[in-house]
Design a protein around this ligand. Sequence first.
Ligand code: ADP
Length: 592
Amino acid sequence: MSSRKNQRQGVISWVFLGALFLLCAILGHLQYRWIDEVSTASTKRLHANLRTSLEQISENFNSDLATACRALQSSGMDADSAPGPVEDKVAARYAQWKRTGTHTQMFSRIARAVPQGEALAMRDLNLQTAVFGPAEWPAGWQGLKERLETRLAADPRRPGRGPGLESPADGAVFELPILEPRRDADGPPFRRREAGWLIFEINVPYARETVIPELLKHYLPGGGERDYQVEVISRAAPPAIIYQSDPTSPSKIERAADASAGLFDVRFDEIFHHRPMPRSFGRGFRPEHGAGGRWQIYVRHRAGSLEAVVARVRLHNLAVTGSILLLILITGGALLRFTRRSQRLAELQMEFVAGVSHELRTPLTVIHTAAYNLQGRMAREPGQVERYGALIQRESGRLKELVEQVLQFSGAQAGARVIQETEPLSVDRIIDETVEASRGVIQDSHCTIEKHIEPELPRIMADATALKHALENLLNNAVKYGAGGGWIGISAQSVGGASPAQVEIRVADRGPGIPAEEQEHIFDPFYRGRRALQDQVHGTGLGLSLAKRIVEAHGGTIRVRSSAASGTEFIVRIPAAPLESANDLVHSSRRG
Ligand code: ADP
């Protein structure tokens, strides 16, 4: 009945575990897909954020530049007077801008190209004194000079079309036209023509050390340069590095960039008409398609790429999810195990109650009958009375033992000490007293008892009552279960090599042995072997568990060696008493 119930519960448990596993697998699959989707979305979002940041950086850099140019060359400036006054105006504007503007170190050189016949004269603005003076064309500006001269020669009366920034070969130099109203009789009065150029050279070290870092700090997402590697490269041939967040790093990020945008793209109309930059201006993120601007800014995440960052987060999320699901599975499994264990324990306790009741009833019935007979004077012969007396004594002794064992077990469960004071004791004497206490049952079993004690055994530190109780349990079990073999052996010897020294006590029988699968349970409280239950051998299932507790409380060990062929042997090891205390006892016993 109970085994069928057990089987059913076992099946339910496995079904529960299977369902849990299936659920975890489904959850895992859903979570995996979800994490994938989230990762894809994150990659897109990170790219979009980075692009927006670069657009902002680009816009801000260009508008800083445009603002500075506007401050020096407003739409109102013209060449309606002699060169002198134009220069005065520019110089005055420069002085004003220097006092009130931002990024006033943006330009390392400001100059004027003045047409003189076919040639272009060069006049340089002294940035300290704000005064123009004649100067030589710098070596690096030759390209620009030739371009402007070509432009002048081709059609000097054509309206200005823009600052001519199309030529990246000019590097950090660009020009803005100085316009004068067209005096042509046929043309509309508001049209103007180029009457020279203002030339600006960007202060590259200042852009590198101040302008670009400020913009990066402000607009790059997250930790800015802590998270991203940044490079600004001039698109002149050959390309020059304007800015590098990691100057020592040998690798260029250009090809492996997460995003890029054009920088340094000042538009003619932006400066003269105060129009905002078109939004599409900085969107050339693929350098080969050429974003506007003479410079190109490249950004790459320090993890290698944004995809690598997302992959790392994805892996982390997968690991967390996997761990949670694994934890759920382990918890489920453990819960099931504990439930089954406690069920088993509850069953054992039920069996124990039934067993103990049975154990109590048998001697009680005998005692009750004997007492009844004595009281009713049914036994009149002195021999008969003596026999009844002996019967009552034996059965009440069994009862007492039973009750004591239960009490001892419940005391131990409640945390009471299973042993009291220990003292150095002779193993020989303890064994003798144990055998003596079990003499009655041994005799009834008709077993031969063989005792072998090694001479000169060291004493052991033990609580005599408790240890005798443990050994008695072993001896009684040998009688109860191994009497069929007709032989019980009890031996003691010292264990060589153990530290501290130990004494080994063995209790053996030649009975049917303990099945291998039962051996790991026999020290559990309430556990009774299948054969013990089948043959209705007296017992509570507490004897070995108590013996184990007592031995372990002495600092010792107990184990079993059993087989159907050779019977059962319990091996107890107890630490020997330290030499001084053993000697003390020897001396005091001599004195006594
Ligand atoms: P009890 O003897 O009251 O059943 P124990 O705790 O003393 O409880 O023993 C637990 C079980 O171990 C026994 O039910 C029995 O199956 C097995 N056992 C103990 N000693 C022996 C032995 N010497 N030979 C065979 N089986 C044994």
